[in-house]
Design a protein around this ligand. Structure first.
Ligand code: NAD
Length: 350
C-alpha cells in the first residue's frame, strides 16, 4: 500500500508530523504494511525546484494508493513563475471529484451534532478548473471582471451518488444545497441531477435547502442534517462554517476521492497566523488520514485498514474528550506536538 506524504506550507509540516507519528504507531501496532514516502510541494519546492509542484512528482501521483497532502498557501504563490495550486491540480488532473468533509462535535459537547458535507470538486465556480485551456476568471476591461461557472450533469450525478451511498451507511438522509431560485439553469441542473440519482436510493430521504438559508440552519439546528450534498463553492464555505460550529476548524478532517485514488487533506488552509508556533490543532490532519484509511479499506478490499481507521478515530475521540488534552483552539493547554503524542499513546493503548 503506497502512501505519498506532502506536508505543504504554513502549519502543514507541524500537523503532518503529528499525524505521521500517529499513523506510524498504528502501522507498527497493527502490521498494516504501509509503504510511506515523503516529498515536498509548495514553498519548499518553489525554493528548491522553482515550482510548487514538479513534473516528475506529478508523474508519480497516479501510481500511489493514497496521498496525504498538507495545506498549501496558494494565495501567496506567484501567479506565474512556478506557482501551481497543488490542491486544484490534484483535484482536476487526477479527477479527485468527491470532497468528503465531516463536521462532528467532540465527545461531551453540550450540543452534539454529526453531519458530513459532500462537495463537488472539479467544476462549479472554480474558474481555474473550468476550461480545457485558460481560465474562466476573466477581465473584460481593466474594470470589469467576469467569472464563469461550469455545471455538468455528469459531475452532479456522480457527486450525488457518492452522497447517497454515504447516507446509506449513516442516517439515510440527504439534503441538497443550491441556489436554484436564482441560478435556474446551473443550480437547477444540479438539483435535477440529485433528484434523478435519489430514485436509485428509495431508502434515503431527500430534501433541499437554499444555500443562504443553509447558513442559518447550520447555526440554528445543525443536528437536523446528516449528509449534505452541494457544489464546489457552497461546499467550501459551508464546511468551514460547520466545522467551526462543531468546535474548531482544527477538527476539520477531509478527503478528496476519485474512483481509484484518494487524497487526505484537512479542510483548512495553511494558517500563516499561527505557523511555526506549535499552536495548530493536528486533529484535522489525523482525522483526514483516518478517512483515507477508511476509503482504502473499502476500495482496496482491506478490512484491516477499515478497522485501523476506526481505531484511529476512537483514539482521537478519547484524547478530545478530555478538556485537559485539547489544543488552544478548543480552549486546551496542549501544543501541536503534545497533542500528536497523546493521540499516539491512545493508539498504542487501543
Ligand atoms: P486558514 O484556513 O488557513 O485559517 C483560517 C483561521 O483558522 C486562522 O485563524 C487559522 O489560524 C485557523 N486555523 C486553521 N487551521 C487551524 C488548525 N489546524 N488549528 C487551529 N487553528 C487553525 O485560512 P486563510 O488564513 O484564509 O488561508 C491561508 C492560506 O491557505 C491561503 O493561501 C489560502 O489560499 C490557503 N488555503 C488552502 C487550503 C488547502 O490547502 N486545502 C484551504 C483553504 C485555504
Amino acid at each position: 500500500m503506497h502512501i505519498l506524504v506532502l506536508p505543504g506550507d504554513g502549519i502543514g509540516p507541524e500537523i503532518m508530523s503529528a499525524a505521521m507519528q500517529v499513523l506510524s504507531a498504528l502501522d507498527t501496532r497493527r502490521d498494516l504494511g504501509l509503504s510511506i514516502t515523503h516529498d515536498i510541494v509548495g514553498f519548499d519546492s518553489l525554493a528548491k525546484y522553482a515550482t510548487t509542484l514538479r513534473p516528475d512528482l506529478i508523474e508519480r501521483l497516479p501510481s500511489q494508493d493514497g496521498i496525504i497532502l498538507g495545506p498549501v498557501d496558494t494565495a501567496a504563490y506567484p501567479e506565474h513563475e512556478g506557482g501551481i495550486n497543488v490542491s486544484a491540480y490534484l483535484r482536476s488532473r487526477l479527477d479527485l471529484y468527491a470532497n468528503i468533509r465531516p463536521a462532528r462535535t467532540p465527545p461531551g459537547a453540550a450540543r452534539p451534532f454529526d453531519l458530513v458535507i459532500v462537495r463537488e470538486l472539479t467544476e462549479g465556480f472554480y474558474a481555474d478548473r473550468n476550461m480545457a485551456e485558460g481560465n474562466a476568471d476573466l477581465m473584460a476591461t481593466p474594470d470589469v471582471a467576469i467569472s464563469l461557472r461550469k455545471v455538468t450533469r455528469h459531475a452532479c450525478e456522480r457527486i450525488a451518488r457518492r452522497a447517497f451511498e454515504l447516507a446509506m451507511t449513516r442516517d439515510r438522509r440527504v439534503t441538497a444545497v443550491h441556489k436554484a431560485n436564482v441560478f435556474k439553469r446551473g443550480d437547477g441542473l444540479f438539483l435535477d441531477a440529485v433528484r434523478t440519482v435519489a430514485r436509485e436510493f428509495p431508502e434515503v430521504t431527500l430534501d433541499d435547502v437554499l444555500v443562504d438559508a443553509m447558513a442559518a440552519w447550520l447555526v440554528r439546528a445543525p443536528e437536523r442534517f446528516d449528509v449534505i450534498v452541494t457544489g464546489n463553492l457552497y461546499g467550501d464555505i459551508l464546511s468551514d462554517l460547520a466545522s467551526e460550529l462543531s468546535g474548531s476548524l482544527g477538527l476539520a478532517g477531509s478527503i478528496m476521492a476519485g474512483d481509484s485514488l484518494c487524497a487526505a487533506q484537512a479542510q483548512h488552509g495553511s494558517a500563516p497566523d499561527i505557523a511555526g508556533q506549535d499552536k495548530a490543532n493536528p486533529a484535522s490532519m489525523i482525522l483526514s488520514v483516518a478517512l483515507l484509511l477508511e476509503w482504502l479499506g473499502a476500495h482496496r478490499a482491506r478490512p484491516d485498514l477499515t478497522t485501523a481507521a476506526r481505531a484511529m478515530t476512537t483514539a482521537l475521540d478519547h484524547v478530545l474528550a478530555n478538556p485537559d488534552t485539547r489544543t488552544a483552539d478548543l480552549g486546551g493547554p496542549l501544543g501541536t506536538t503534545a497533542f500528536g503524542e497523546a493521540v499516539t499513546l491512545a493508539v498504542l493503548a487501543g
